[in-house]
Each structure stands twice: as structure tokens, then as C-alpha cells.
Design a protein around this ligand. Sequence first.
Ligand code: BGC
Length: 751
Amino acid sequence: MTTDPHYDVAALTLEEKASLVTGRDVWRTAEVERLGIGSVMVTDGPHGLRKQEASPDELGLGASVPATCFPTAAALGSSWDDELVRRVGVALGDETRANDVAVLLGPGINIKRSPLCGRNFEYVSEDPLVSGRIGAALVQGIQSRGVGTSLKHYAANNQETDRMRVSAEVDERTLREIYLAGFEHVVRTAQPWTIMCSYNRVNGVRVSENPWLLTQVLRDEWGYEGLVMSDWGAVWDLPAAVDAGLDLEMPGTGGRTAADVVAAVRSGRLDEAALDRAAARVLALVERVQPALADPGTADLEAHHALAREAAAAGAVLLSNDEVEGAPLLPLDRAARIAVIGELARSPRYQGAGSSQVNPTRLDDLLGALEAELGAPVPFAPGFTVAGVPVEQADDAALRAEAVEVATEADVVVLFLGLPAPEESEGFDRTTLELPANQVATLDAVAAANPHVVVVLANGGAVTMPWRQHAPALLETWLGGQAAGSAIADVLLGLREPGGRLTETVPLRLEDTPAFGNFPGEARTVRYGEGVLVGYRWYDTRDLAVAFPFGHGLGYTTFGYGPLTAAVRGTGAETTIRAEVTVTNTGARRGKEVVQLYVADPESAVVRPVHELKDYATVVLEPGESTAVVFELPARALSYWHPELSRWVVEGGAFVLEAGASSRDVRARTEIEVVGEQLWGELTAESRVGEWRAHPVGAPLLADAMASAPELDETMQAMVDEMPARVIAALGLAGFDLDGLDELVARARRG
Ligand code: BGC
């Protein structure tokens, strides 16, 4: 990659190389003055630039320069619109570049393992396909502007509780299929300039010192070419980290850890070649960003605000829109008497707290935006107090009484509920999925006075909704960024449709959630006991009722699905599938549909989720218009990670493809027959009789060797099938002894 001799690692002394693999300070890489190698700045991320000029700190305490606060990942990801997300990436890249920053620290694509994770607003989905696609689109958009990204937090950082020490105990199949798959997709398709390793341990090994994650999987298998930096303070032993594959410790340590690296090389503990490799990657990053730094350009903040507004509407999920007296409540009738209730309508909750907190260039609120659009004042009552928001009246009962009065005078009430900021943040997890009781009490009272209630929600992670029968229309807006207020007004008035679909299941109860009982762990350990059954994979496989399923979301029109057809090409690892379904806009207005394709493998040697999302397409159609949606699936879409063979395998047999509008709204399905791979592992004395009997080479050999053994009835055979070959030999059930077994194993090995 190096073209300029400036950036040749061979020109550096040992001390200079060591100084490069740790930061200069909180946000900058080290310079090498002697060679004219400058320092570059990296900064949060992900949904807006948080560039601190004075008093840098990583906790978000110091002020940062104004920047567009785009919708958080929870909201942006809910658009399922790769193209829109790419455009947001371009805008983020422009702001990064215009501020002389080399790398924007994002996107974050950790899986939402539990809705309690305090940082879920910063993550995309409970599903790795959606996380990977949205993550890749952001990376491509940002990097198209000549600045870098940092895909984070690699890996298995799915909670905030004890995140800096906890060991995530996860089996390899679950890691590969759920927790690494999104990262793999982004690396393979978008090559982020940098990746940020997480604080936690995985199966006992600190990620910053984990050669399996940082080198074997990331580079040797996925072909990653960029730089790996640490999360802020995630390095405990820099020489060990460099040895494992880390390239840059952040932030810097004032020279302390650079000295450790020099000493480690001198003592032979660290191979200098490993240091050369890491230092060369830092040089490559610094070199790569030079054109952007030389020509920062300007960012069009007006246009970015408009894009933030478009994106917030595209990510707003209309969960229900029931008919009340013969008509759905949304879009609102402009001629109706509309009232707004809820402090959050004038004091918006639009982003989360912690390192991602942006200082917005502007801030829209729903009440102001509705009034501007309607050209008249809208009756308003705050309705309840919100922790962290100062109010003139702190008596909830009085606020509720006032809200009921306002509701009584209206034809329709927009009631804005949500999680108070202190309840969700980076750094700690939530303890409940419920909305604050004072808000629910106001909803109950308002709905009793006026059943025409549109509930709007602002929250970073899913909330339970036992009150949802009081909300005939329910709009989940997540944390929608600085333009969320005007975007919600657009959606309520029908100027834009609600474009979002759930990227996470809304459960009925915390007790139903997949990680319940295994989250957040104890004694520095969290066991991922639910395995691959994460999110809808759990709810659907266990057939649990949910409040709203993964993939769900309504628009202002309706869609019909034709039959799903599919053609299989190739066999085994070379299998590909082409599936096609025609989708028609059957309603009266232009609208968007997110066509989801799920794959089910009804019979498998391993526990497989009842179905898994393997592709999606976002289409926009005029009334009456139809389009053929084509999906090209690679073999990977059928595969599972074989725990013993340690590779992806395609098992032969029937698969079912499903096209639908959510994981629970399958509109068309078809069955295909796939010719699988030879999955026979090596037979040993420890292999079970059942495995011998299913093996094309082993079965006849065993049958032959057991010819003199007594006949087994069905029950006995089932018992014996479960026994290792050595045990049946030792118990005298085989008709051969241990020497005979050695002979049998040797013959099986010869084939
Ligand atoms: C967060 C990262 C962030 C970094 C720098 C850490 O605490 O986990 O996401 O990029 O701080 O602010």
C-alpha cells in the first residue's frame, strides 16, 4: 500500500515504531517529527461527529463541535434501506472530512442479544444479516469521502454491565453464525479502514490479546486489510496485544506502553516483525487520509438536516394503525382538532448518552414542527414529568388532570411517550423493559377520556407494551436524531410514510427474552446459553407470543405477494439459489415494502432456528404497480457452522424458502431440494455406533465386524446407537474386542 517513502516502516527506529502503535493522546495518533509523519485525529461516531476541541475526554463530558445528529443506528437500521444509509454515510464522511478528522469511530454493529443492553440504540439489529448490510452501507458511504470508519465493537460486546472485564462464554457455532457474521460481511464487502476491538474477553481471552479473533479469523479467513485499534482503554498488555494482531492502542499512555513494547522487543518477548506490521498499518492509515486532509471541503449542513429528517421518517416503525370508527387514525386528518400530550413532544429524546453524544446543529421538536406545518397553535399538555427534564409543574397527578382536559377537547390525541435519558446509556444496562409508570398512568387516563389516541414512542431499546390496547395507532421512532421532531410530524400528517420495520422483536415480557437468566451474567462471566436462538430465532422457534415480531411495520398502503418460485443450481458448497416473488402495491398511495426472505431447514443434525432471514429487498411502488423481486442466495444462506468440522457446511435435503413482511407474516413459501456435502467426519473409537452406521465407509465395515453379535431389537438398537464404539466392544456387545476395534478404526481410515 505504501507509495510514499515517508511512510516506509523500514525508515523508523525501534522507538519510533513503538511510539506509533499507541496514541499520542485521547484522539490522535502519534507523529514522527524526524520523518515528517503527521498525527491524525480519530473521533466518535457513529451517527454524527463528536469532535472535542477543548478538554478531550472519552465519556462525552466535554463539549464537541456542532455536527448533524443523524438517527441512531436503532432508527437508521429500521429503514432496511441500504441506499439511504449509504447516503447518510456520505454526509457523515463529508462532516468528518470538513473537520480534519481521519476516522469516524463507527458503525457499531453488535447484536442486540438482550433488549436490556444500555447501548442498543447504537446497534442495528438482533439479526446479523441486517446488522452487516446496514453496517456495510455506512462504511461504504463514509469511506467514499476519503476518510475512514471503525467497525465496532469486535467482538461479542453485547452488554454494558462489566463490559471492560466480562468474559462472554460463547460456543464457536453461535459466534460464527450470530455474533461474527455481521462483522464478516462488512469486512468482506466494505473493508473498513479500521476495526475497533472490544473491551471484554471471549471465552476467557481478552479480545485485545486474542490472536484467534484479531488474526486468524479477521485476517487469515476474512482477508481484512486495515488497522485494528483498541476500544478506549481496552489494552492491558500492549506487547501481547501487538503480538496477537492489534495495531494501535487508544488512547495513548504518555509513553509508558511504548516503552513496554521497546523492552519486549529487546528481551525477545515480542517479535519485531509483529511490531513492524502494526506500525506499517498505522503509517498506511496516516498516508491514506492525506488527500482528504489536504482538501477538507465543506459540509452542507442544511442538506444534512434535510437528510436526517428523511432518514428519521424512513426508520420510524408504525406498529399499529387500527380503525377507530371506520377509519385508521393515521395519517391525521388536518381538519380534525389535534392535541399533543407529552413532555417529549417539546423536550425531544433523540440520541443516547456516552461516547456517541453529538452536539446537534439544530433540534426539531414534534410540537413546534406540527404547529409550523398546520400553521396554527396546537393544544398541548406535558402530561407527566420526565427524569432529567426540568418542568414547571412537578406534580404528576396535576399534569395528568390537565392532559385529560386537553384530550377531552380534541378529536385526536398524539401522546408522546418514551424512555427518560437516565434509563439508557453507554456504560450500564437497563433493569426493566417497562415505560415509567407515570407515563402509562397518563396514557390510561387520556385513553379513557378520548380513545382516539396515537402513541408516539422515543426509546433506544425495545420497551414492553402491556398498555398497547389503549394505543390504536402506535409509532415507534427509536432515537431519531436532530430532525426526529419534524420527521414525526411529516409521518403523522402523511407527508411521508412511516418507512421503518422492526430490526428487533418487541417481546411481551422480559421473562420471554432469549438471554433471560443468562444476562448480564455474574462473577465476570456471561454465558450465551441460548446459543444461536437469538431474537426472532428464539421467539419463532419456541413459538412464543410477542407484542410485535421482527420485520414488522406498517406503511400507508398495502402490498400483495404472488407465488414464490425458486431454482437451485449446483450442489454442496457450490449451491446457489435464485428465488423470485412478485409484489404489488394493492393500496391507494405510493409506498415502500421491505420484502424479507427467510430460509428454513426443517431437518438437520444440529439445532437450527425455525427460520432465518437470508436476504431482503426494499421496493417502492405506485398504486397498482407490481415488481418482480429477485433474490440470489449463495450456499452460505443454507449453511450452518459445523462444530466438529469447524467450517460452514450445506446439509442436503429439503429447505423451505419464505417471502414475507415480517418473521410472522409469511406471504409465500416454496420448498427446494438441495444436494448436500459429504459431512462424514473421521471415525474413531469414540464415534458413536449411530455415527458408524450412518457413515458410508464405516457402516458396511461395522455391519461386517458385528455379524456375530446378537440381534438387537429396536429399543436396544437405539440405546446402542448412542454408545461409542469402544464402549460396546468393552461391554461385549459388539462381537469384537478392543483389538478388533483398533483394526476396524484403521480400516475405516483407509477408506
Ligand atoms: C466506546 C467506543 C468509543 C470510545 C471513544 C469507548 O468507551 O466504547 O465506542 O468509540 O470510547 O470515545
